[in-house]
Ligand binder design. Structure first.
Ligand code: ADE
Ligand code: ZN
Length: 334
């Protein structure tokens, strides 16, 4: 099964580029920029990766991102992820980044997006990985700040596919961002939102009905609401589930508690993703393997998850079909 997963072509749809910041690279860039981290070593930093909830993780994740200053830093961060993605047979990736984490520290929007995009361009030419870029608004900040960020992002509209919503969920409901999401939609962008990670099923309803999102990031709490499950089945709005993230942030005690198997049986468009792999102990293949083991999945279950990753992506239909044919071929020949 592990070899089947390793070599399987996959799309990743829920990946925060700041969450791929490996401790070794963080120390290297911190040193280069003359910044002192509060931990003294890579080992000490890794030891701090023990989270009781989302907020404890976010505090450490935002502190780590503070060492990113120059365009080259954002390039190096993204390039390191792309190399890992290539090793794991990710052929298409839709990357989130948090502009406000950087602009609030005086880093220019263009520094961030140019560094990331240059690496994505090289990922395409050197490794054949296709990608989409999805800035996320930080939901713990106010909507005015999101609107300012959106207006700045418009200069880069040619390289932006959509916008998302992340950070501290509970207490920052989708309704807080209805206006900015309307603006985003009016300018022709796609939208996604984190919902139902720690927040209730109502946050998922609100992301669907108030923000009109095309995908829900996480969405596992949908399992609590039968009407919502029916809605997700009917509309085929995908969920980008991140199993190791949910485990590390103690949303569940065991992967087997996640509603992944049930949702597949209910014909919900579930996908598997890594969220913040440098912090949660695994990239996409480790997530697939954890799920395969927890649910005793066979190869056709895993194939379905990979097919969903392309069907739920923002690729055009020609590219989707190309990958679905390749997947079927891979499965038949394995
Ligand atoms: N930002 C990075 N990872 C996140 C997560 N799992 N939930 C909310 N915001 C995030
Ligand atoms: Zn996330």
């Amino acid at each position: 099964m592990n070899t089947f997963i390793n070599n399987l072509p996959k799309a990743e749809l829920h990946l925060h580029i700041e969450g791929t910041f490996e401790p070794e690279l963080m120390f290297k860039i911190a040193q280069r920029n003359g910044i002192k981290l509060s931990q003294k070593s890579v080992a000490e930093l890794k030891e701090s990766y023990n989270f009781n909830n989302l907020q404890e993780f976010l505090d450490i994740y935002y502190a780590g991102a503070n060492v990113l200053i120059h365009e080259q830093d954002f390039y190096d961060l993204t390039w390191a992820y792309l190399q890992k993605a290539h090793e794991q047979n990710i052929v298409h990736t839709e990357i989130f980044f948090d502009p406000q984490t950087h602009t609030s520290r005086g880093i220019e929007f263009r520094t961030v997006i140019n560094g990331i995009q240059n690496a994505l361009d090289d990922g395409k030419t050197k490794m054949g990985i296709t990608s989409k870029l999805i800035p996320n608004f930080l939901r713990h900040l106010d909507e005015e700040d999101a609107i300012r960020t959106f207006n700045e992002a418009l200069k880069y509209r040619d390289i932006i596919t959509g916008f998302g919503l992340d950070s501290s969920e509970v207490g920052n409901p989708p309704a807080k961002f209805q206006q900015v999401f309307e603006m985003v939609k009016a300018e022709g962008f796609l939208t996604v939102a984190h919902a139902g990670e720690e927040g209730s099923a109502q946050y998922i309803w609100d992301a669907l009905k108030l923000l009109n999102v095309s995908r829900i990031d996480h969405g596992i709490r949908a399992a609590d609401d039968l009407l919502l499950i029916e809605e997700l089945e009917k509309t085929q709005v995908p969920l980008t589930v991140c199993p190791l993230s949910n485990l590390k942030l103690q949303v569940v005690k065991n992967i087997s508690e996640l509603p992944i198997k049930t949702m597949l049986q209910q014909n919900i468009m579930v996908t598997i993703n890594s969220d913040d792999p440098a912090y949660f102990g695994g990239y996409i293949n480790e997530n697939y393997k954890a799920v395969a083991e927890a649910f005793n999945f066979n190869k056709s279950d895993i194939l379905k998850l990979a097919e969903n990753s392309f069907n739920a992506s923002f690729l055009d239909n020609v590219a989707k079909t190309k990958w679905l044919v390749k997947l079927r071929d891979y499965y038949n020949k394995f």
